[in-house]
Design a protein around this ligand. Structure first.
Ligand SMILES: Nc1nc2c(c(=O)[nH]1)N[C@H]1C(S)=C(S)[C@@H](COP(=O)(O)O)O[C@H]1N2
Ligand SMILES: [Mo]
Length: 263
């Protein structure tokens, strides 16, 4: 039997043109769609518009952040958050000019690797002049040089379930009963594969300085500053971040900030 009378709530619950179509498949109800005044036709059109809106949202996320010119850089990149980590393993790297630093890339990848800064610098690099917006309300334009995160992920090869990139940092920002709480961040694969998402080792034409995250910091240009993890120690590809830290995908997210901090 075929339900030609569509209940508004049921249609809304189905929530997508595809599902509505599936429900109505092989049913005389489709005949009604030829009538422009028919309420069912109206619902279907609305559902199509919703699908388009969702796609637009996705395309927006793939759009490029604005890039600037050298003369747009009017002030140094203001160091913010942790600017001088006191963690012993970090200080040991500072003392040796980060020559012993190895970025570990692991998790849901085919070929886990540890990469030296020389390894990363030998990969194709990208340089971009972009604006950093901190949630506190200040901005700075700076030039960033680094290796696209997509190139690093291509190098190690993603496995099924690779949904998020988890970035672990050296710096401890507080201590709790369970130990050191270290800065961490997560981004999804749309942002991880974005051409402007880089692991930066250079800033304004020099090596990335300690206050701004030496030796490696993330630039994820379409999001707020707190997503741009500094002092990167390791990268893990994960299917979910529910079991990491407070479970919300980042140090500040665990304290109430939005996980998706798009601008
Ligand atoms: N590891 C780490 N990354 C971090 C932070 C931090 O405290 N520790 N602060 C974040 C915040 S809130 C901002 S605005 C930027 C500041 O980057 P900057 O010091 O280069 O301006 O780094 C982000 N990444
Ligand atoms: Mo920030």
């Amino acid at each position: 039997m075929c339900a030609t009378k569509i209940n508004r709530r049921a249609v809304l619950r189905l929530g997508g043109a595809g599902l509505v179509t599936a429900t109505l498949g092989g049913c005389k109800a489709f005949d009604r769609l030829a009538d422009p005044a028919d309420p069912l036709r109206h619902y279907m059109e609305r559902a199509n518009r919703l699908t388009m809106a969702a796609q637009r949202g996705l395309l927006d996320r793939e759009a490029m952040a604005q890039e600037f010119q050298w003369f747009d850089i009017r002030q140094p990149q203001r160091p913010n958050g942790v600017t001088d980590p006191q963690d012993l393993d970090y200080l040991a790297h500072v003392a040796t000019g980060f020559s012993g630093h190895r970025l570990s890339v692991s998790g849901l990848v085919k070929r886990p690797q540890t990469l030296s800064l020389a390894d990363l610098e030998a990969m194709p690099t990208r340089r971009q002049i972009t604006r950093h917006d901190c949630v506190e309300g200040w901005s700075c334009i700076a030039q960033w040089t680094g290796v696209p995160l997509s190139a690093v992920l291509d190098r190690v090869g993603l496995l099924p379930g690779a949904n998020f990139v988890l970035i672990r940092c050296f710096d401890t920002i507080e201590r709790s009963l369970s130990g050191a709480v270290k800065y961490y961040e997560t981004i999804d694969m749309v942002d991880a594969m974005h051409p402007q998402t880089i692991l930066a080792f250079g800033m304004n034409g020099s090596a990335l300085p300690v206050p701004n995250g030496a030796p490696l910091r993330l630039r994820v240009e379409r999001q707020l500053g707190y997503k741009m993890a500094k002092y990167i120690r390791a990268i893990e590809v994960v299917d979910s971040f529910a079991g990491v830290g407070g479970g919300r995908g980042g140090y500040w997210e665990d304290r109430g900030y939005a996980w998706y901090a798009g601008i």
